[in-house]
Design a protein around this ligand. Structure first.
Ligand SMILES: Nc1ncnc2c1ncn2[C@@H]1O[C@H](COP(=O)(O)OP(=O)(O)O)[C@@H](O)[C@H]1O
Ligand SMILES: [Mg+2]
Length: 225
Protein backbone atom coordinates (compact mmCIF):
# COMPACT_ATOMS: atom_id res chain seq x y z
CA UNK A 1 0.00 0.00 0.00
CA UNK A 2 1.13 3.55 -0.71
CA UNK A 3 2.30 5.31 2.43
CA UNK A 4 -0.21 7.99 3.43
CA UNK A 5 1.00 11.59 3.26
CA UNK A 6 -1.32 12.56 6.14
CA UNK A 7 -2.17 10.26 9.00
CA UNK A 8 -4.23 10.98 12.12
CA UNK A 9 -4.32 8.43 14.92
CA UNK A 10 -6.79 8.78 17.76
CA UNK A 11 -6.87 12.56 17.51
CA UNK A 12 -8.93 14.46 20.08
CA UNK A 13 -9.18 18.22 20.43
CA UNK A 14 -10.93 19.93 23.30
CA UNK A 15 -11.41 23.62 23.91
CA UNK A 16 -12.09 25.08 27.35
CA UNK A 17 -12.20 23.47 30.75
CA UNK A 18 -14.69 21.73 33.06
CA UNK A 19 -18.35 22.24 32.26
CA UNK A 20 -17.50 24.49 29.32
CA UNK A 21 -15.41 21.90 27.51
CA UNK A 22 -16.14 21.59 23.80
CA UNK A 23 -14.93 18.41 22.10
CA UNK A 24 -14.19 19.67 18.58
CA UNK A 25 -12.52 16.44 17.38
CA UNK A 26 -13.41 13.03 18.80
CA UNK A 27 -11.07 10.11 18.17
CA UNK A 28 -10.39 11.01 14.56
CA UNK A 29 -8.51 8.34 12.60
CA UNK A 30 -7.70 9.24 9.04
CA UNK A 31 -5.27 8.33 6.27
CA UNK A 32 -4.88 10.45 3.16
CA UNK A 33 -2.80 9.23 0.26
CA UNK A 34 -0.50 11.47 -1.73
CA UNK A 35 -2.25 12.97 -4.73
CA UNK A 36 -5.74 12.59 -3.34
CA UNK A 37 -8.37 15.34 -3.38
CA UNK A 38 -10.61 15.01 -0.33
CA UNK A 39 -13.63 17.12 0.53
CA UNK A 40 -14.61 17.15 4.20
CA UNK A 41 -18.29 17.98 4.31
CA UNK A 42 -20.23 18.93 7.42
CA UNK A 43 -22.37 21.61 9.06
CA UNK A 44 -21.01 24.75 10.67
CA UNK A 45 -19.41 24.03 14.06
CA UNK A 46 -18.75 20.32 13.42
CA UNK A 47 -14.96 20.71 13.66
CA UNK A 48 -13.81 21.20 10.05
CA UNK A 49 -11.53 24.17 10.66
CA UNK A 50 -10.16 22.55 13.81
CA UNK A 51 -9.35 19.45 11.75
CA UNK A 52 -7.33 21.50 9.24
CA UNK A 53 -5.59 23.47 11.99
CA UNK A 54 -4.58 20.28 13.78
CA UNK A 55 -3.42 18.63 10.53
CA UNK A 56 -1.28 21.65 9.71
CA UNK A 57 0.26 22.08 13.16
CA UNK A 58 -1.49 25.44 13.65
CA UNK A 59 -3.16 23.90 16.68
CA UNK A 60 -1.92 21.05 18.88
CA UNK A 61 -4.33 18.14 19.44
CA UNK A 62 -5.32 17.37 23.05
CA UNK A 63 -4.27 13.77 22.35
CA UNK A 64 -3.32 11.55 19.44
CA UNK A 65 -0.74 11.62 16.66
CA UNK A 66 -0.62 13.70 13.50
CA UNK A 67 1.85 12.61 10.83
CA UNK A 68 2.43 14.85 7.83
CA UNK A 69 4.78 13.46 5.20
CA UNK A 70 6.09 11.00 7.83
CA UNK A 71 6.81 13.77 10.36
CA UNK A 72 4.88 13.87 13.64
CA UNK A 73 3.89 17.54 13.74
CA UNK A 74 2.94 17.28 17.42
CA UNK A 75 6.62 16.64 18.24
CA UNK A 76 8.15 19.53 16.29
CA UNK A 77 9.44 22.43 18.40
CA UNK A 78 7.68 25.79 18.12
CA UNK A 79 10.82 27.22 16.64
CA UNK A 80 10.95 24.69 13.76
CA UNK A 81 7.22 24.45 13.10
CA UNK A 82 6.82 27.48 10.79
CA UNK A 83 9.58 26.18 8.52
CA UNK A 84 8.16 22.64 8.35
CA UNK A 85 4.70 24.06 7.67
CA UNK A 86 5.99 26.29 4.91
CA UNK A 87 7.75 23.38 3.20
CA UNK A 88 4.87 20.96 3.38
CA UNK A 89 1.59 22.87 3.48
CA UNK A 90 -0.15 25.66 1.63
CA UNK A 91 -3.26 27.10 3.30
CA UNK A 92 -6.18 28.91 1.66
CA UNK A 93 -8.79 30.59 3.87
CA UNK A 94 -12.36 31.73 3.31
CA UNK A 95 -11.44 35.36 4.01
CA UNK A 96 -8.27 35.34 1.81
CA UNK A 97 -6.15 36.93 4.58
CA UNK A 98 -4.00 39.02 2.25
CA UNK A 99 -1.80 41.75 3.68
CA UNK A 100 -3.55 45.03 2.82
CA UNK A 101 -0.46 47.20 2.44
CA UNK A 102 1.32 44.78 0.08
CA UNK A 103 0.59 44.47 -3.65
CA UNK A 104 -0.63 41.20 -5.15
CA UNK A 105 2.95 40.48 -6.22
CA UNK A 106 4.36 41.29 -2.78
CA UNK A 107 1.72 39.21 -1.00
CA UNK A 108 3.04 36.17 -2.84
CA UNK A 109 6.72 37.04 -2.82
CA UNK A 110 6.77 37.88 0.90
CA UNK A 111 6.36 34.18 1.68
CA UNK A 112 9.77 33.62 0.09
CA UNK A 113 11.59 36.46 1.88
CA UNK A 114 12.75 34.21 4.79
CA UNK A 115 14.29 31.72 2.35
CA UNK A 116 18.04 32.23 2.21
CA UNK A 117 18.41 29.30 -0.24
CA UNK A 118 16.79 31.35 -3.03
CA UNK A 119 18.41 34.39 -4.64
CA UNK A 120 16.38 37.55 -5.17
CA UNK A 121 16.10 36.69 -8.88
CA UNK A 122 14.89 33.18 -8.09
CA UNK A 123 12.28 34.63 -5.73
CA UNK A 124 11.13 37.03 -8.45
CA UNK A 125 10.95 34.30 -11.09
CA UNK A 126 8.97 32.00 -8.83
CA UNK A 127 6.54 34.74 -7.92
CA UNK A 128 5.98 35.65 -11.56
CA UNK A 129 5.45 32.04 -12.53
CA UNK A 130 2.87 31.54 -9.78
CA UNK A 131 1.11 34.77 -10.79
CA UNK A 132 0.91 33.35 -14.31
CA UNK A 133 -0.45 30.06 -12.99
CA UNK A 134 -3.35 31.77 -11.20
CA UNK A 135 -3.82 34.12 -14.17
CA UNK A 136 -3.11 37.30 -12.20
CA UNK A 137 0.08 38.50 -13.88
CA UNK A 138 -1.58 41.64 -15.21
CA UNK A 139 -2.93 42.64 -11.80
CA UNK A 140 0.31 42.10 -9.92
CA UNK A 141 0.76 45.73 -8.84
CA UNK A 142 -2.75 46.09 -7.42
CA UNK A 143 -3.43 46.14 -3.72
CA UNK A 144 -6.02 43.71 -2.25
CA UNK A 145 -8.64 46.49 -1.94
CA UNK A 146 -8.40 47.08 -5.69
CA UNK A 147 -9.17 43.43 -6.48
CA UNK A 148 -12.44 41.48 -6.55
CA UNK A 149 -12.99 38.62 -4.09
CA UNK A 150 -12.18 36.02 -6.74
CA UNK A 151 -8.99 37.85 -7.70
CA UNK A 152 -7.95 38.11 -4.06
CA UNK A 153 -8.50 34.39 -3.63
CA UNK A 154 -6.33 33.71 -6.71
CA UNK A 155 -3.54 35.68 -5.08
CA UNK A 156 -4.07 33.76 -1.83
CA UNK A 157 -3.79 30.50 -3.80
CA UNK A 158 -0.60 31.79 -5.42
CA UNK A 159 0.78 32.55 -1.98
CA UNK A 160 -0.07 28.99 -0.87
CA UNK A 161 1.79 27.59 -3.89
CA UNK A 162 4.95 29.61 -4.06
CA UNK A 163 6.93 27.40 -1.66
CA UNK A 164 5.87 24.42 -3.81
CA UNK A 165 4.44 22.38 -0.91
CA UNK A 166 3.02 18.89 -1.59
CA UNK A 167 -0.18 19.58 0.39
CA UNK A 168 -2.91 22.20 0.02
CA UNK A 169 -5.51 22.80 2.75
CA UNK A 170 -8.55 24.89 1.82
CA UNK A 171 -10.96 26.12 4.50
CA UNK A 172 -14.26 27.07 2.81
CA UNK A 173 -12.26 28.75 0.00
CA UNK A 174 -15.36 29.91 -1.88
CA UNK A 175 -17.45 30.87 1.16
CA UNK A 176 -17.13 34.60 0.41
CA UNK A 177 -17.58 34.32 -3.36
CA UNK A 178 -20.57 34.19 -5.71
CA UNK A 179 -21.17 30.76 -7.21
CA UNK A 180 -19.63 31.40 -10.63
CA UNK A 181 -16.47 32.94 -9.17
CA UNK A 182 -16.37 30.13 -6.63
CA UNK A 183 -16.52 27.56 -9.40
CA UNK A 184 -13.53 29.13 -11.13
CA UNK A 185 -11.55 28.98 -7.88
CA UNK A 186 -12.50 25.31 -7.46
CA UNK A 187 -11.34 24.62 -11.02
CA UNK A 188 -7.95 26.11 -10.17
CA UNK A 189 -7.75 23.94 -7.04
CA UNK A 190 -8.73 20.82 -9.02
CA UNK A 191 -6.07 21.70 -11.60
CA UNK A 192 -3.40 21.93 -8.87
CA UNK A 193 -4.39 18.43 -7.77
CA UNK A 194 -4.34 17.11 -11.35
CA UNK A 195 -1.29 18.84 -12.75
CA UNK A 196 0.92 19.62 -9.77
CA UNK A 197 -0.21 16.39 -8.07
CA UNK A 198 -0.85 18.31 -4.88
CA UNK A 199 -2.73 16.48 -2.15
CA UNK A 200 -5.79 18.63 -1.46
CA UNK A 201 -8.01 18.63 1.60
CA UNK A 202 -10.91 21.04 1.21
CA UNK A 203 -13.49 21.60 3.92
CA UNK A 204 -16.92 22.94 3.14
CA UNK A 205 -20.55 22.84 4.24
CA UNK A 206 -21.70 23.00 0.61
CA UNK A 207 -22.57 19.74 -1.16
CA UNK A 208 -22.06 21.27 -4.64
CA UNK A 209 -18.46 22.05 -3.80
CA UNK A 210 -17.72 18.52 -2.62
CA UNK A 211 -18.42 17.34 -6.19
CA UNK A 212 -15.07 18.74 -7.32
CA UNK A 213 -13.21 16.31 -5.03
CA UNK A 214 -12.31 12.68 -5.73
CA UNK A 215 -13.55 11.57 -2.34
CA UNK A 216 -15.91 13.00 0.29
CA UNK A 217 -15.72 12.47 4.04
CA UNK A 218 -18.68 13.42 6.18
CA UNK A 219 -18.11 15.07 9.51
CA UNK A 220 -20.59 15.57 12.34
CA UNK A 221 -20.02 16.72 15.92
CA UNK A 222 -16.27 16.17 15.74
CA UNK A 223 -16.54 12.68 14.26
CA UNK A 224 -15.59 11.62 10.72
CA UNK A 225 -17.65 8.86 9.20
N1 LIG B 1 -10.42 28.58 19.85
C1 LIG B 1 -11.57 28.00 20.26
N2 LIG B 1 -11.99 28.14 21.53
C2 LIG B 1 -13.14 27.53 21.94
N3 LIG B 1 -13.94 26.80 21.15
C3 LIG B 1 -13.57 26.65 19.87
C4 LIG B 1 -12.38 27.24 19.35
N4 LIG B 1 -12.26 26.91 18.03
C5 LIG B 1 -13.34 26.15 17.75
N5 LIG B 1 -14.12 25.99 18.85
C6 LIG B 1 -15.38 25.19 18.92
O1 LIG B 1 -15.12 23.91 18.37
C7 LIG B 1 -16.21 23.49 17.56
C8 LIG B 1 -15.73 23.25 16.14
O2 LIG B 1 -15.38 24.49 15.54
P1 LIG B 1 -14.79 24.63 14.06
O3 LIG B 1 -13.68 23.66 13.87
O4 LIG B 1 -14.49 26.05 13.83
O5 LIG B 1 -16.05 24.16 13.19
P2 LIG B 1 -16.37 24.37 11.63
O6 LIG B 1 -15.11 24.83 10.96
O7 LIG B 1 -16.85 23.04 11.15
O8 LIG B 1 -17.45 25.39 11.56
C9 LIG B 1 -17.28 24.55 17.68
O9 LIG B 1 -18.17 24.17 18.69
C10 LIG B 1 -16.48 25.79 18.07
O10 LIG B 1 -17.28 26.67 18.80
MG1 LIG C 1 -14.74 26.56 9.89
Amino acid sequence: MVKPIIQLEGVNKEFGKGKNTVAALKDVNLEIEAGDFIAVLGPSGCGKSTLLHVMSGLEAPSSGRVLVDAVDVTLISERDLPKVRAQKIGFVFQSFLLVEHLTAYENIESVLWPRSDLTKTEQENRTLSVLREVDMLERRDHFPKQLSGGEQQRIAIGRALVNDPPILFCDEPTGNLDSKTGENILKIIAQLNRERKMTVVLVTHNHDIAKFAKQTLNMKDGVIR
